[in-house]
Design a protein. Structure first.
Ligand code: NAI
Length: 694
């Protein structure tokens, strides 16, 4: 039973009871419909109140029923709403806290709505590439007018209940006890007939045709590749152009269409992937966590400064430790300048700036950070420098402090081994700019404690980041895969592409930024240093020489005003460079083969399947716990197009046999040595399965 039934004198009260947010799953719907029928049959009952126990009226459809036949099993949400709407006795929705999706659609089928202020009211379906499919597109415009309803349905954003007076028959005071107040309201209207129904109203607007025409243009421009926002406009339009029942049928049809689109599937995948990523085998939800009340960061460079800001933005006081006063002053000034830029853009008030700056301190002395609950090391990427820092931390930090490293490539186990507390050491790999980027790769060392992992996963959430757990290997999940992608981009230059052609193709595929623009932003010298190290450690790995030649020209990227592209002072726009074109042409000429014309499709396959093939290895080695974790890394840290759901999901939609066949073709091509298919990919393809249904 996931809804309770009780009598308050002549008023029946049905209370959803399906934690955490009273999702309208099958058991809850059944109990609610039973309650409504029972109230009809009981001659003592004059009116009915529907409300929710705990933290919500209702958060909408039960996400645990997504992709399951239960969602379509009677009583469906439609049936529940109709049962309320057609009740011979008045039905009052008593709304508090959260009223979203199907929960709001149900309340629109009720005859009356009462609420406490501050309830979050939304139809968020568009965020999953869908539209409200249980009458929301037809009833909300009739309740709130065309304009407000369209805004809510197209944006999916919550609106506090007190801002929607037209939706409610009464907004109680914040300190009112909701159920008794709703019962009193129900008693007051118990005899009023006819029963008011939202469906009988008109969707108000002075000039609906002009408004809708304008909305189509506006929404289409903002929707990018996603079909749902425009479908939302069209179904809302039906609330004015069609009779109610026809509008409902149209809504149903468009909903069923959207549910099958790859864009909606990708968004739903990402939605679940984010939740899954927080679950780590061996680290159950009740694993004890260490309190994080103050933090420290060692190194106030690009990353250290950003990481300190991420802590301050979450309200956590943080002390930054540097090796010289000059570096400390420079680092703190950079933090201030970054915040001031945000204030100039109007995204932070001067008061917020002052509060955040006040949370950030600086020091040159380890003793002053000894009491921090977590310290994140972000010094130079050199093993000896980092190991020296960790020896110091081991000597001074209080027992139980978490010692984290932001290393991009070094071995977390080796770093842990220089301390006497390897169980407290973990990798926290932030992405640049650390105060902005959502991804946090959490690197689990051999000895990392489960409570440390649980604490850092919770901290990621507090910092508003998506934490994804990775095992120890060179590059972890994200950078290990991107190396193969960047390697292919280089080979494409050897074979006849220009940087602009490669970037253009992958940006048309939907990436935020192609590999060459990305390298110019990050600094081409970083990859140069890595390749020099690789040349010693693993000389068998081949690369296009073009990136080294570029660095030999001193073209390190935006920071030197020249990289794969030319840049004008103070402007990040990438302009194709004659010098680079000539360098590449001379290199290709020296290779002794004729350049060929390479189309967008091949560029995309070469780059994306390089990610997929390495991702399959990472999965097989257990570096990533699941394919969807790899997708999360790429969606939140590398600008992979959200509407394609991440590299592994995308490979599943293409079909693994087709991916494998393409890899076979590339293996026979000019840089075939880079294309041994991952055993897991070959096996899943043979079994007719995908990465995400392992
Ligand atoms: P950076 O060169 O901008 O900053 C390093 C800072 O550490 C400098 O301010 C330096 O003075 C300070 N430092 C050096 N030795 C120190 C010591 N013994 N004690 C205290 N401070 C010391 O470097 P960046 O880019 O911030 O990188 C830092 C770490 O983050 C590296 O491990 C890097 O691999 C990693 N990382 C870098 C990313 C990036 O995009 N730049 C992304 C993710 C990780």
């Amino acid at each position: 039973m996931s809804a309770d039934y009780a009598l308050y004198g002549e008023i029946a009260v049905i209370t959803f009871n399906n934690p955490p947010v009273n999702g309208l799953g099958l058991a809850t719907r059944t109990a609610a419909v039973d309650g409504l029928r029972r109230a009809q049959e009981d001659p003592r009952v004059k009116a009915i109140v529907i409300t929710g126990a705990g933290k919500a009226f209702s958060g909408g459809a039960d996400i645990r029923e997504f992709n399951s036949p239960k969602a379509l099993t009677e009583p469906t949400l439609h049936t529940l709403i109709r049962t309320a709407e057609e009740s011979a006795k008045p039905v009052v929705a008593a709304i508090h806290s959260v009223c979203m999706g199907g929960g709001l659609e149900l309340s629109l089928g009720c005859h009356y709505r009462v609420t406490l202020p501050g309830a979050q009211v939304a139809l968020p379906e568009v965020k999953l590439g869908l539209l409200p499919g249980a009458g929301g597109t037809q009833r909300l415009p009739r309740a709130l007018g065309l304009e407000t309803a369209l805004d809510m349905i197209v944006s999916g954003n919550p609106v506090p209940s007190e801002k929607l007076p037209a939706l409610f028959d009464e907004v109680f005071g914040a300190d009112v006890d909701l159920v008794p107040a709703a019962v009193a309201f129900a008693a007051k209207i118990a005899d009023v007939r006819p029963l008011p129904k939202v469906r009988d109203r008109q969707a108000a607007h002075a000039d609906p045709a002009a408004f809708l025409q304008d909305a189509r243009g506006r929404v289409a421009a903002a929707a990018g590749p996603f079909p749902a926002p425009l479908e939302c406009v069209e179904t809302v339009a039906a609330a004015v152009t069609m009779p109610f029942e026809a509008g409902l049928a149209f809504e149903r049809e468009r909903f069923m269409h959207l549910i099958g689109t790859p864009e909606s599937k990708a968004l739903r995948h990402a939605f679940f992937a984010e939740r899954e990523a927080a679950k780590v085998p061996g680290v159950p939800a009740d694993t004890p966590r260490r309190p994080i009340e103050r933090a420290a960061v060692v190194g106030a460079g690009t990353m250290g400064g950003g990481i300190a800001m991420a802590f301050a933005n979450a309200g956590i006081p943080v002390t930054v430790l540097e090796s010289t006063q000059e570096a400390l002053d420079r680092g703190l000034a950079a933090i201030r300048a970054s915040y001031e830029g945000t204030v100039r853009k109007g995204r932070l008030t001067p008061e917020q700036l002052a509060r955040r700056i006040a949370l950030i301190g600086g020091t040159l002395r380890y003793e002053e950070i000894a009491l921090a609950d977590i310290v994140v090391e972000a010094v130079f990427e050199q093993a000896d420098v980092k190991e020296a820092v960790f020896r110091q931390l081991d000597a001074v930090m209080k027992p139980g402090a978490i010692l984290a490293t932001n290393t991009s490539t070094l071995d977390v186990d080796r770093i842990a081994a220089v301390t006497r507390r390897p169980q407290d050491v973990v990798g926290t790999h932030f992405f640049s700019p650390a105060q902005v980027m959502k991804l946090l790769e959490i690197v689990r060392g051999r000895a990392t404690g489960n409570d440390v992992l649980a604490t850092v996963l919770a901290l990621a959430k507090k910092l508003k980041k998506t934490g994804v757990v990775a095992g120890v290997c060179d590059g972890f999940i994200g950078n290990r895969m991107i190396e193969q992608y960047v390697r292919q981009a280089g080979f494409l230059l050897n074979e006849g592409c220009t940087p602009a052609q490669v970037d253009g193709a992958i940006e048309r595929f939907g990436f935020a930024m192609g590999p060459f623009r990305m390298s110019d932003l990050a600094g081409n010298d970083i990859g140069w240093a890595i390749r020099k190290r690789r040349a010693v450690e693993r000389p068998e790995i081949t690369y296009s020489r073009t990136a080294d030649l570029l660095c030999e020209l001193g073209r390190f990227g935006q920071k030197t005003g020249a990289g794969w592209y030319d840049y004008r002072p103070g402007d990040r726009t990438a302009h194709p460079s004659a010098e680079v074109d000539a360098m590449i042409a001379a290199h290709v000429h020296g290779l002794g083969h004729a350049p060929r014309v390479i189309g967008d499709a091949e560029v995309v396959e070469r780059l994306v399947y390089a990610l997929v093939n390495e991702g399959a290895r990472i999965l097989e080695e257990g570096i990533a716990l699941r394919a969807s974790d790899i997708d999360m890394v790429y969606l939140t840290g590398y600008g992979f197009p959200l509407f394609r759901g991440g590299p592994m999901f995308y490979a599943d939609t293409v079909g693994l046999p087709a991916v494998l066949a393409a890899i076979g073709r590339f293996a026979a091509g000019p840089h075939g040595e880079a294309w041994q298919p991952a055993p897991l990919l070959a096996r899943l393809a043979a079994e007719g399965r995908g990465f995400n249904d392992r």
